[in-house]
Design a protein around this ligand. Structure first.
Ligand SMILES: Nc1nc2c(ncn2[C@@H]2O[C@H](COP(=O)(O)OP(=O)(O)OP(=O)(O)O)[C@@H](O)[C@H]2O)c(=O)[nH]1
Length: 896
């Protein structure tokens, strides 16, 4: 049997291949593609009148109305003479059938169109082989008795609103009226449409709404059309659009579809272009296919975005202020925190997501992931230094001198001698005070002495980055010569690049041998000027006040050589020489002004503290209103006690001062946490068990800087190979919440030296399990810490605070001793419990409560708010106002 290719068949039929395929399937012929071959007789079947098309159902509704449902909209033909819309698919031999190919296969297409056929003109049949493809609004159009209404599903073809299709439709030959009643009635339509080569059957899915004959038809069509427009906006546009071009050729009646039949004909031409535009727009907007594509595109773009995102170079730089938490760093690098934690574990750090990483660690980690880290912390000092002084603003300033030398060589004596000699010399009177520095005057020129003899103070300052000293006076006892600390002092001075003036002291002594000292000093590169060297050496006697003036002259001479200058006309910058917590005045700090002029009322930042200079005084206790370069002044008005060596900076703005101080506090805390909380308690325990290094961290707080440093130093010396002792923080003042926080975070014990914890800090310590130990004797502190270190190796003891009572009366009981009449301030007192007697925040006794009575009865414990009598074991020196602190010792394994 002769076969024919589907595509050829489609051509013959004037259809799209797809449409033909669909139709073939409907009649049971399996054709898959346009190249599939089908029997030729199939062609005949396909050519069968449309009414017989598969999927077309006819139902006689009335005698002259048949309701037909067809998948492929049958071609509509009308008898022009009758002027009736007439669907004559049946009779149409050439079966124009569908035209728009995409419509057919689309299952979603409103395949079924309901057609009501008026059977009036039975054989009006086609005049032209083609029937216009007119799909009309669902509503039946009643054209008098004969009406054809097609009800394309509103969803009408998601089919591409292909403008070509529209054009095709437009080319269809419609003998006169036909198809769309509205248009059909118009006589021009046939003419125009007749040009159409391809017979096009109305495709239900693509069908444009068919309008009833303009004037002749009933009003219903209008309603229906309007309805459709409203209800299914997507469909009409597509259909309309398709019709448009055709309409443009003469099918103008369509244009006014929305306006009603009456206005249609006249308005059509004018309106058409505009309508077309509108409809095209609509199509663009509503066409589902188009939309889908768009969405698809959008989606694709989005996906690409997430997939390909590669931060720009600038985004690969992470800016941090000193520290950054693990979680935050991971977030900024766009990786999972757990991955970062894994990386840290590989580096030997067991951390949590909230762990603060210091700058260096962050740099290493970030580099692994291709990121850079930049430290953008505000550095006030840098800002301050950023503007170098113009030479003309600089004026001469006094030299700042530090006295160094071996023990007992007379440093203190010399300092005192110089000062006293100066005072005696008729300087301003007043009671000399120790503020850590003083200045003397010679011939109207000042010299500032740092009143803390010994190289330790010197190096401690240097270690903090403070460069304060201009000239070092090296004291060497003429009767003793160069000793170990003399050598040390020389080395330190040289390392700091500070010139040395040698004071050969005690020349009053009979066994003084100044020449020998000079000789010994030659070994260290200090050659006396009289011996051809450049080292200035002055033979003095602190005791007999010999040659002191000469020494001062030499200092000034040296200063001249050094050309020490500073700009006094700006905000002050200096260094803290000494600081303490004064009971009456609060934090007190001695500032050695180095640049600018410090004035009363200035705002300032010192280390992590800020404040306003409320008052200043000099070493003679005199009130000072301003202090220029190289002047030491004691300042009141700071928010806390700074450390010696801290940089003092004056600011105009109080807010700025506070902000900087707060930022520094945060940074300090973060830095300390980052530095010390790397090992958790569990890790520490594991390390102890595995015999690795053991660390005991300690925070030392004391009432004066001297005590704090002394305790800190003594504790550091306790370090052994087995257990390392780290003083992670020290400071002057009460034990605060910050201290407890730090201790809790870094598994630390707090040692308070003659200070008490603040109430909140105490509570927090209990909650966090931080051990606070209070001492007033260095020996005790050291002993306890020793025990604690041993406790690291074995179960240890821990103190638990129980309560505090104030002594309000003291009763002397014969044979028993003194009994303290107390009032329990907080917590409770427990008989036979441990107790500590505090006087002015200093621990004066530690032992047991030997007796505890309420009125006359012995009781086991007394709660807050009650009075009681307390007897301390083997201790009678109780005084009114003292505090008794009750505590108990708990045995806790490795939990110090
Ligand atoms: N004969 C004599 N004795 C002096 C002189 N200077 C200091 N001394 C004595 O030397 C001893 C030590 O003097 P200090 O001034 O305490 O010495 P230092 O270097 O300050 O000692 P440290 O503070 O312990 O380092 C004291 O007994 C002084 O009286 C001096 O010029 N002549």
């Amino acid at each position: 049997m002769t076969k024919i290719r589907v595509s050829s068949l489609a051509e013959q039929l004037g259809l799209e291949s797809r449409e033909v395929i669909t139709r073939l399937r409907e009649i049971g012929v399996d054709a898959k593609t346009a190249t599939s071959m089908v029997d030729e007789d199939v062609v005949k079947k396909l050519s069968v009148p449309q009414s017989k098309d598969s999927g077309t159902e006819e139902v006689r509704v009335t005698t002259n109305i048949i309701r037909r449902r067809a998948k492929a909209a049958p071609a509509v033909e009308e008898t022009p003479e009758v002027m009736v819309v007439h669907e004559a698919p049946v009779e149409v031999p050439p079966t124009p059938v569908v035209s728009a190919p995409p419509a057919q296969p689309a299952p979603s297409a409103p395949v079924e169109s309901e057609v009501v056929v008026a059977k009036v003109a039975p054989a009006p049949v086609i005049q032209e082989p083609s029937a216009p493809v007119v799909v009309d609004i669902p509503q039946p159009v009643v054209a008098k008795e004969e009406l054809v209404v097609e009800k394309p599903k509103p969803a009408v073809e998601p089919v591409k609103a292909n403008p070509n299709q529209a054009r095709i439709l437009g080319r269809m030959e419609i003998p006169g009226v036909t198809t769309r009643p509205t248009r059909v009635v118009t006589k021009e339509s046939p003419a125009t449409t007749s040009q159409t080569q391809r017979p096009a059957a109305p495709r239900p899915d693509q069908q444009a709404q068919r309008r009833p004959a303009p004037a002749s038809t009933s009003p219903e069509p209008d309603r229906s059309r309007m309805k459709q427009v409203q209800i299914a906006p997507a469909a009409p546009p597509a259909a309309d659009d398709r019709r448009k071009p055709g309409g443009g050729k003469g099918n103008g009646g369509y244009a006014d579809a929305n306006k009603g039949k009456k206005g249609a004909p006249p308005a059509k031409k004018k309106e058409q272009p505009r309508k077309n535009e509108i409809l095209e727009k609509r199509e663009r907007v509503f066409d589902p296919v188009y939309k889908g594509k768009k969405k698809g595109k959008e989606r694709a773009v989005e996906t690409r975005k997430t997939e390909i995102t590669v931060p720009k170079a600038i985004k690969r730089i992470i800016k941090i202020t000193e520290t950054i938490s693990v979680g935050e760093l991971a977030k900024r690098m766009g990786i999972k925190a757990t991955d970062l934690i894994k990386s840290l574990m590989k580096m030997g750090m067991m951390v949590t997501i909230n762990h603060a990483l210091d700058f260096d660690t962050a740099v290493i980690l970030a580099s692994e992931y291709g990121y850079e880290v930049e430290n953008v912390a505000v550095d006030l000092d840098e800002i301050h230094e950023s503007a170098p002084d113009a030479p003309e603003t600089l004026i001469k300033r006094p030299p700042v001198v530090t006295i160094m030398g071996h023990v007992d060589h007379g440093k203190t004596s010399l300092l005192d001698a110089i000062r006293e000699a100066n005072v005696i010399a008729g300087e301003a009177g007043g009671i000399t005070q120790h503020i850590g520095a003083y200045d003397v005057e010679l011939d109207g020129r000042k010299i500032t002495f740092l009143d803390t003899p010994g190289h330790e103070a010197f190096t401690a300052m240097r270690a903090r980055g403070a460069k304060v000293t201009d000239i070092v006076i090296l004291v060497v006892a003429a009767d003793d010569g160069v000793m170990p600390q003399t050598r040390e002092a020389i080395n330190h001075s040289k390392a700091a690049g500070v010139p040395i003036i040698v004071a050969i002291n005690k020349i009053d002594k009979p066994d003084a041998r100044a020449e020998r000292v000079k000789q010994e000093l030659m070994e260290f590169g200090l050659v006396a000027s009289e011996w051809g060297g450049d080292a200035t050496m002055v033979e003095v006697s602190a005791k007999k006040r010999l040659n002191l003036e000469e020494l001062l002259e030499m200092i000034l001479l040296q200063a001249d050589v050094m050309e020490l200058k500073a700009n006094p006309d700006k905000l002050a910058k200096g260094t803290i020489v000494e600081a303490k917590l004064d009971r009456g005045r609060g934090p007190v700090a001695t500032v050695l002004v180095q640049e600018g002029t410090l004035k009363t009322g200035d705002f300032c930042v010192v280390g992590i503290h800020s404040g306003r200079v409320r008052a200043m005084q000099n070493d003679r206790g005199e009130k000072v209103l301003e202090a220029g370069p190289s002047r030491p002044v004691e300042v009141i008005g700071l928010s806390g006690v700074p450390d010696a060596g801290d940089v003092f900076v004056s600011l105009k703005d109080e807010k700025q001062a506070k902000e900087i101080a707060t930022l520094r506090q945060i940074k300090q805390r973060e830095a300390e946490l980052a530095k010390h909380s790397k090992i958790t308690l569990e890790d520490l325990y594991k390390q102890i068990q595995s015999g690795e290094v053991k660390d005991l961290n300690v925070i030392v707080k004391g009432d004066v800087q001297g005590s704090v440093e002394a305790v800190g130093e003594s504790l550091r010396k306790l370090s052994t190979d087995a257990v390392r002792l780290n003083v992670i923080h020290s400071g002057v003042g009460a034990i605060t919440e910050t201290d407890v926080n730090l201790a809790a975070a870094s598994n630390t014990i707090i040692i308070g030296f003659s200070v008490r914890p603040e109430v909140k800090a105490q509570l927090m310590a209990e909650k966090e399990g931080v051990d606070i130990r209070l001492y007033s004797i260095i020996y005790d502190a050291v002993e306890d810490v020793k025990k604690a270190m041993e406790g690291l190796l074995a179960p240890t003891l821990r103190e638990k605070y129980l309560g505090r009572a104030e002594i309000r009366e003291v009763f002397s009981v014969p044979k028993i001793g003194n009994i303290a009449g107390c009032y329990v301030l907080d917590g409770k007192m427990v008989r036979n419990g441990q107790a500590r007697l505090l006087r002015d925040n200093v621990v004066v006794y530690e032992g047991k409560l030997s007796s505890l009575r309420r009125i006359k009865d012995d009781v086991k414990e007394v709660a807050t708010g009650y009075e009681c009598g307390i007897g301390l074991e083997n201790y009678n020196d109780v005084k009114i106002g003292d505090l008794i602190e009750a505590f108990e010792i708990e045995k806790i394994a490795t939990k110090l």
